[in-house]
Ligand binder design. Sequence first.
Ligand SMILES: Cc1cc2nc3c(=O)[nH]c(=O)nc-3n(C[C@H](O)[C@H](O)[C@H](O)COP(=O)(O)OP(=O)(O)OC[C@H]3O[C@@H](n4cnc5c(N)ncnc54)[C@H](O)[C@@H]3O)c2cc1C
Length: 312
Amino acid sequence: MSYDTIIVGGSYAGMAAALQLARARRRVLVIDEGIRRNRFAFHSHGFLGQDGRPPGDIAAEARDQLMRYPTVTWETGRAEKAERTDNGFRITDADGRSREGRRLLLAVGVVDDLPPIPGLAERWGRSVFHCPYCHGYELMQGRIGVIAVSGQSMHHALMLPDWGPTTLLLNGTFEPDADQSAHLARRGVVVETDLITGIGGEPAADPGTEPVKVTLAGGRRLPFAGLFVLPKSRVASPLAAQLGCMSEDGPLGAHIRTDAMQETSVPGVFACGDAARAAGSVALAVGAGTMAGTALHRSLLFCDDAELFARR
Ligand SMILES: Cc1cc2nc3c(=O)[nH]c(=O)nc-3n(C[C@H](O)[C@H](O)[C@H](O)COP(=O)(O)OP(=O)(O)OC[C@H]3O[C@@H](n4cnc5c(N)ncnc54)[C@H](O)[C@@H]3O)c2cc1C
């Protein structure tokens, strides 16, 4: 059986697209491995109407609602290979099973490559975060540490005083110049130059309730309500690259390039969510997924398949 659209990635972006297509009575296959980017966090913030809910609950409720539409099929598993066919696209999963669709949507998200500081990975999403809008408020204006990874951490350090008194922990990554030092001082940011040897303290059940402790070379331990770091990220699957979709460099890593309708450089292949933007959130993923779903529907309606695939 050929589907109107195969969607790889069934989280916020993929499900938002699937919902639009399902409501247009189109046959949609969602293939999802179930490894959401925010699975480490206890609570999700900043998504209107769902503020403060566990991120898994938001996704589970969305899936329940989506699966009430009879034209949606869900498969749990990992899509390993994407190919063009004469009539569309073929996706093959890890067990070697193939599925075909007239259009393809990649909503695969990204993987965060965390800096290898002992104790950091265990606290990711609990007391170590990347997005101040998502997790800054809950620190209740307590002391905040920004772990530098490169000169881009300047931006982070200059933003975070709006959420609490901020220390920039350089950890040997870069040295602010005179202008940058003056800017940090104007924002009240304290700068620590000693290397970080580890992060301790109990991983908190509620962010901000348990101080996280940064140990510096020389033995000093600095307590913080929370830490922020900007990890590099990469698209979570090679499917776009296999199809020859162009990518674009963002400040934290490459993402899939799309036009305003979420179509990639390969006609008939769409992408949305974190995989297709420089910085993401649940709200932005849902918005882009909604756009992708409606654009995909129009592509099915108004683009002649033979002409479309001749352009690839
Ligand atoms: C620690 C942390 C906390 C966060 N907190 C917040 C917050 O409070 N508020 C907020 O708005 N945002 C938050 N975010 C950001 C948020 O997680 C992302 O913006 C959002 O998850 C993006 O949705 P998405 O659908 O694009 O990708 P994801 O939610 O990452 O989902 C991608 C899906 O695709 C699947 N997939 C990937 N490759 C394949 C494949 N080959 N085959 C099958 N399936 C595949 C994955 O398994 C996954 O289910 C947080 C992020 C992190 C890291």
